[in-house]
Write a protein that binds this ligand. Structure first.
Ligand SMILES: Cc1cc2nc3c(=O)[nH]c(=O)nc-3n(C[C@H](O)[C@H](O)[C@H](O)COP(=O)(O)OP(=O)(O)OC[C@H]3O[C@@H](n4cnc5c(N)ncnc54)[C@H](O)[C@@H]3O)c2cc1C
Length: 417
């Protein structure tokens, strides 16, 4: 793999920058693989990367019906945090945050991880109680989270309006300083580049249309728009389309798919130093390195596979942003877009073997899976390679919905990302 460094920059500069290689190959689909991953989002690519790097599996295909990173990975608002309530979730998301902290070095690719702090605003007595509970639970798990008064919140984020005469005054905030953002495309590209260098074939513009099973019920391969591929292990990492892909093997998933949208403003000078989220009035905001305000909304109320959100949701969110930070009232919005998120009944992901031998599933990240990308790929690779869950993934099996052992993060997830 070509190494990115100051030295290579100088060397390529001297030769007119003509020697840079493409980040990944465009290989032809082979007739058989040891493992096939369905979906080249961040989670699928990370899974392939760790399968190759840590488990020595080299004959892997990642099959993507569009372009890599074109699903939710390239559409999200990139909020990263690990301040979840329950021990199981805290362990999973904290595993990811620890990997984020060294990811650019690990991949030799700048994923622009920026630990600028994520602040969650409290507007009601219930919010205060709930967030303080999170602060205490997180600290018991060794995860940083602290409670701020409205004045301390404003000191950390000066554009905030802490006046008492607005609809939902800010009564305090929980701050995770190690939370922040990363560049979403760079994460997909970095993992794709790393996986490709380890021999993984990334096949774009190729849709998986069927999952073939043998007489014993085990997976024998996948049908694709480019032909049949034999394999004994399939990892489905298809986010909003997981139910569709799993139905190809005859499995029904406890998932609902909703459109979730985001929007960005015209770019301005650095004005907003951190990430701010408000579950109660349904909005969250940060500023990208290009200067755009990145604004997220809630899901639509109805299930759909349309990658477009309803206008009234965007309006409601902008209402909230104008109240939280009135200095943005006159800014113009540049564009908006949507993704399809897969939501489980307890708002926690599924990282699991299934009743079909050789079929594994990584899904249910809902509105908040970007932050988990490195950790999710890491533990899911273990699950596939060893055919047994990684200890961190063990509570997130699909069986929890049968056994009633739910990990109910609804309060932590809600609109939050
Ligand atoms: C607007 C929005 C804002 C969000 N904000 C945040 C946030 O701030 N923080 C956060 O942590 N999370 C956020 N999320 C959620 C986050 O984006 C997702 O949880 C995460 O990116 C999922 O990654 P993935 O790799 O599983 O899925 P994806 O990136 O969606 O990848 C799945 C891939 O599977 C492919 N696929 C589907 N069916 C097939 C098939 N039959 N054959 C082949 N390929 C197939 C798709 O084309 C897609 O590329 C947000 C999501 C949206 C939509």
């Amino acid at each position: 793999m070509q190494k990115y460094s100051l030295l290579s920059l100088v060397r390529h500069g001297l030769s007119g920058h003509k020697g840079w290689q493409p980040l990944w190959r465009q290989p032809a689909l082979k007739p058989a693989y040891d493992v096939v991953i369905v979906g080249a989002g961040g989670h699928g690519l990370a899974t392939a990367y760790y399968l190759a790097k840590e488990h020595g599996v080299r004959n892997i295909a990642v099959i993507e019906r569009g372009w890599l990173g074109g699903g939710n990975t390239g559409r999200n608002t990139t909020i990263i945090r690990s301040n979840y309530l329950f021990d199981e979730s805290a362990a999973l998301y904290e595993h990811a945050v620890k990997l984020w902290e060294g990811l650019s070095q690990e991949l030799n690719y700048n994923v622009m991880y920026s630990a600028r702090g994520v602040m969650m605003l409290a507007h009601t007595v219930h919010d205060i109680q709930s967030f303080k509970r999170h602060v205490h639970a997180n600290r018991l798990n060794g995860i940083d989270n602290e409670w701020l008064t409205p004045e301390e919140a404003k000191e950390f984020c000066p554009p905030l309006n802490i006046s008492k005469d607005i609809r939902y005054p800010i009564l305090g905030a929980a701050l995770q300083r190690r939370g922040g953002t990363a560049r979403h495309d760079a994460v997909a590209w970095g993992y794709a580049r790393g996986a490709d260098a380890l021999g993984v074939d990334i096949i774009q513009n190729c849709e998986v249309t069927g999952i073939r099973r043998g007489p014993d019920g085990a997976v024998t391969g996948v049908e694709t728009s480019k032909g049949f591929v034999a394999t004994k292990k399939v990892g489905v990492v298809a986010a909003g389309h997981t139910s569709v892909v799993m139905a190809m093997a005859g499995l029904r998933m406890p998932l609902e798919s909703y459109p979730l949208q985001a929007l960005v403003s015209e770019p301005v000078k650095p004005a907003f130093p951190c990430v701010v989220m408000s579950n109660t009035i349904h909005a969250y905001i940060s500023q990208s390195d290009k200067g755009e305000l990145v604004i997220g909304a809630g899901t639509d109320a109805y299930t759909s596979y349309t990658q477009r959100g309803a206008l009234h949701i965007a309006e409601h969110t902008l209402d909230a942003i104008c109240e939280l930070a009135p200095m943005f009232r006159r800014m113009r919005m540049l564009r908006n877009w949507g993704g399809i998120v897969d939501v489980t009944p307890d708002r926690s992901p599924i990282l699991s073997k299934t009743a079909v031998p050789g079929l594994y599933v990584n899904c249910g990240w809902g509105t908040g899976g970007f932050k988990a990308t490195p950790g999710s790929g890491h533990v899911f690779a273990h699950t596939i390679a060893r055919d047994e869950p990684h200890p961190i993934a063990a509570p997130f099996t699909i069986d929890r919905f049968r056994d009633g052992v739910l990990i109910d993060e609804a309060a932590a997830a809600a609109v939050a990302h």
